[in-house]
Design a protein around this ligand. Sequence first.
Ligand code: GRF
Length: 213
Amino acid sequence: MFKIVVLISGGGSNLQAIIDHIQAGNINAEISAVISNKADVLGLERAATAGIDHHVLDHTIFASREAFDESLAQIIESYEPDLIVLAGFMRILSDGFVNKFQGKLINIHPALLPKFKGLDTHQRALDADEKEHGASVHFVIPELDAGTVIIQGIVPVKSDDTADALQQRVHKIEHVIYPQAVKYLAEEGLTLKNGHLYHQGKTLLEPFKEYLD
Ligand code: GRF
């Protein structure tokens, strides 16, 4: 069975979307564990409700980022996962951690990368007068939000949009593309070699795309 560990810091609606697809039989995989760096978040309740092992690893008790990442890596490795999914995990991971899991570590970023790396993406998309915005699932490399993109979810920007309204629309497409990316990796042999995507034996020149009207 293809095994997944999910890292969260909050609400875990993307975690829930992946749980729902697995439970519905759409993705042939199991979530072995959910790890949060924050206690008492809704995402941990979602894991408990689904009967998934869950852990809190409070980063504030560690002397350094590297020490936290080492403990995190130990918990992850105890599950021998095929894939590690960052789903609203609000910690920058050290280069050592990222390199250890390279090719198996994915993240969802709320923008159409390479546009709007970093924070405040929805307001920045509005300020830049973008006509389209969205989210990207990408492999994680040491450089922030810069790894190869697997799939993008694209939403229209409306003339009367606020950052909140846009964020909600982007969240909807996130819940479509994150389970889809997991399915490509778990079932369809999507891999990364030298920074290029291979899907069912062919090189992919562009990421997959999904649109929300
Ligand atoms: C999402 O907007 C995602 O793009 C970002 O963090 C948020 C997580 O939301 N990386 P949730 O916890 O999955 O609801």
